[in-house]
Write a protein that binds this ligand. Structure first.
Ligand code: T1G
Length: 703
């Protein structure tokens, strides 16, 4: 038997081990080897039962994602066909689930009559995360095993569940006493099945999956959940597949499922989400840094600055059991900060996400101090003080005085020059940027800003610790705004300018949320704080000195003390969580437009889309050309995970590729022309964009 499958017959059992590194992805070659092994076992009269297991422990991570969009995806033996054949074998098949069974991997287990898992095994139908639906019987077999409602919730969540929950639902028949005992206990289980003359498959638990549900269950489910799906296709296809499971016999349901799967697999949204999947793995690869570089040990953290951001950063480490010293020079701020952390955790308890014991454990890992001397044993220090270079330099000088050699000195800034900050201390090789996004304990993204002097092991250690706290690290070069905020500048500039020219904040935001962005520019700026963006502009006035007309509205709001949500008024009015338009903004915009001699007019939504997004994309292409961003897919990850750009559009760069780079360039040139002096100043095509279009390229890459 080829090395993709380990095959042996022992004591009346056929043991079939999947052996395709690293995750037993069920590509065409593994499917062929698997079906051959199962046919062999089915035909062997000495075999009374068959056990499928992961030869290296992990059962299977599902279909091979690299095959999607290629002929291999449906090449014979197809996965649906393979699993249907397995389900027809007249001998008991036992799936022994080690470590993970995801997507088609769990569908493979569902095609078996019996399932035993190791205690730590995790399983799920994660296809939805790729803009897909289970396409190898999952939408038809799972509802017949656990009922339509449980199946629907599990498939739409795309989440992994643990072995205990899987057993409770009815997915697992048994849980082995340990991972080491899994195969032995699977053997014992198989022998029991033979001894008691068990059928190849037990009777279906839910022959009619919706039997306990009201007739209009699916219709009501759609009405209740559809708003949250926004324009996503896959959830709607899942619902159709579940409807088939409730109304059609298995064979017809499988045909319907395959039709729906092919529709999802061919969709732009799935292509975008598969792009994101591989982009996240590509982002870990950093040129000139060996994967095997020795990491610095990080056992204790210090965070300087007990404001909202500093507290959020500190929580990330306490959440994973790493002690954190939270320092502030102001006692009231420190106490307020620690109290805010406790309140955040209590909120999680109320939501059932944490227990009181877990909160206590985490709070015990947090140590508040007013004294730099208490930071002497920290391995990584992250400053999150206010966005002023002189203050950050003071912090770094104090850290150099009190912290041990080899400590990593990280700054959270995204607007200041980190090379300049590194030059403050005598160990610039230990300095790096760790830019967290608000709320820092929630947002996945961390921009890791590598400076000229940053040592390779510091970069590697920063990437590793970011992963340990569940973040998605993306490398950026040192430049004002790093990647995300640098692109936010033109994106927000056009939004502000469009309000001067006649649009309203609500209209601009509606165009952007209509594209499925989580928030529009103005609601985002109100959330982050108009005072914060003012300070960021202050720190970088030189870059916009030649024309600040576009931000005059924001400057005016700052002068009026309208800082956004925190002050109850910004671009919108806030009462609690409700947000309403403020007519005063239009009056203010009209007055400023007059002063700036800006002609006001009716603005079309398409203009808002093009000007906000294409200037943002243009800046992203510039970042790639300058080497601040390593690759276009990194930029996509930054905007999806730091700014709520819809993953099912793949990120701004992928979105631009789908629209056509020539379209982006032509629209930029159009506004450069029609916007007169303003257009001449701000609608300059990135040189790389012009080179890519001239070369007829469809992908954004450095040429
Ligand atoms: N196909 C191809 N390659 C895969 C893969 C997959 N399903 N899963 C992982 N890899 C690669 C990954 O790209 C990386 O490669 C290496 O394995 C290690 O992964 C018909 C249609 C399993 C939890 O959604 O969630 O089945 O970068 O770095 O952090 O209904 O990978 O080393 O070259 O992520 O330990 C459904 C996707 C498919 C699971 C492991 N399955 N994978 O995480 O390692 S659709 C999934 C994951 C389907 C059927 C449908 C994670 C993981 P490289 P890694 P990890």
């Amino acid at each position: 038997m080829c090395d993709l499958i380990h095959y042996r017959v022992e004591d009346g059992l056929a043991l079939i081990g999947l052996n395709r590194a690293p995750v037993n992805a069920l590509d065409q070659s593994l499917r062929a080897a698997l079906i051959n092994a199962c046919e062999r076992a089915a035909a062997d009269i000495t075999v009374g039962a068959i056990i499928l297991y992961g030869a290296q422990g992990l059962f299977s991570a599902g279909a091979d994602i690299k095959e999607f969009g290629t002929e291999a995806c449906f090449a014979e033996p197809s996965l649906p066909g393979t699993l249907t054949r397995l389900s027809e074998i007249h001998k008991p098949l036992v799936a022994a689930l080690g470590t993970l069974a995801l997507g088609g991997g769990l569908e493979l287990a569902l095609a078996c009559g019996y399932r035993i898992g190791e205690p730590g095994a995790r399983m799920g139908l994660s296809e939805i995360n790729l803009g897909l639906l289970p396409g190898a019987g999952g939408t038809q077999r799972l509802p017949r095993l656990i009922g339509a409602e449980s199946a629907l919730n599990l498939i739409l969540s795309g989440e992994q569940i643990d072995a205990e929950r899987a057993r409770m639902l009815g997915i697992l028949d048994r849980i082995a006493t340990s991972a080491e005992q899994l195969l032995d206990e699977a053997r014992a289980y198989a022998h029991e099945l033979i001894d008691c003359g068990a059928p190849a498959r037990p009777a279906e638990a839910w022959p009619n999956p919706a039997e306990d549900l009201p007739d209009d269950f699916l219709a009501r489910y759609r009405v209740e959940h559809e708003p949250r799906w926004k324009s996503r296709l896959a959830p709607r296809l899942v619902l159709s597949a579940l409807e088939a499971a409730c109304l059609l016999p298995m064979e017809e349901g499988l045909v319907r499922e395959l039709t729906l799967f092919k529709q999802a697999e061919a969709s732009r949204q799935s292509r975008a989400l598969r792009h994101v999947f591989f982009a996240e793995r590509e982002a870990r690869r950093i040129p000139q840094i060996e994967a095997a570089v020795a990491l610095r040990k990080i056992n204790k953290i210090a965070v300087i600055g007990a404001g909202t951001l500093g507290c959020g950063i500190a929580m990330n480490f306490a959440d994973v059991g790493i002690p954190v010293a939270l320092m502030d020079l102001d006692g009231r701020t420190l106490n307020r900060g620690l109290e805010r952390v406790r309140e955040n955790y209590q909120l999680s308890v109320k939501r059932g996400k944490l227990s009181a014991v877990q909160v206590q454990q985490r709070m015990e890992l947090l140590f508040g101090t007013l004294d730099y001397a208490d930071l002497s044993d920290a391995d990584l220090v992250i400053e999150a003080v206010c966005e002023k270079m002189e203050i950050k330099q003071q912090v770094f000088l104090s850290l150099e005085k009190f912290c041990k050699p080899g400590v990593i000195l990280a700054t959270n800034t995204s607007s200041l020059d980190i090379d300049a900050l590194a030059a403050t201390v005598s160990r610039p090789q230990d300095v790096i940027g760790l830019h967290f996004f608000t709320p820092a304990n929630v947002m996945r993204l961390v921009e890791i800003v590598r400076c000229q002097a940053t040592a390779p092991d510091v970069v590697a250690t920063a990437m590793d610790i970011a992963g340990r706290i569940g973040k998605l690290p993306v490398i950026s070069g040192n430049g004002a705004g790093s990647i995300g905020n640098r692109m936010l500048e033109p994106y927000a500039r056009e939004a502000h300018r469009l309000v001067l020219e006649g649009a309203t904040p609500a209209q601009v935001d509606a165009v952007l949320t209509g594209l499925d962005l989580n928030m529009g520019v103005f609601s985002m700026l109100d959330l982050a704080g108009i005072d914060v963006s003012f300070l960021m502009r202050e720190a970088n006035r030189a870059a916009i000195a030649h024309d600040q007309s576009y931000c005059c509205l924001a400057e005016e709001l700052y002068a009026l003390g309208r800082y956004g949500q925190k002050s109850g008024r910004g671009f919108y009015l806030y009462e609690g969580r409700s947000r309403t338009e403020d007519k005063e903004i239009v009056t203010l915009a009209e007055q400023l437009a007059r002063e700036l001699n800006v002609t006001r007019r009716c603005i079309e939504d398409l203009e808002i889309h093009d000007r906000c997004l294409f200037t943002m994309i243009n800046e992203g292409i510039r970042l790639l050309d300058e080497g601040i961003a390593l690759r276009a897919s990194d930029i996509d990850l930054v905007w999806i995970n730091g700014y709520g750009f819809p993953a099912h559009l793949g990120g701004p760069m992928h979105y631009a590729e789908q629209l056509g780079l020539d379209t982006v360039l032509n629209r930029i040139l159009h506004y450069r022309h029609v916007q007169g002096e303003y257009g001449e100043m701000w609608f300059r095509p990135a040189a790389l964009l012009e080179r890519l279009v001239a070369a007829g390229k469809c992908r954004i890459e450095k040429i």
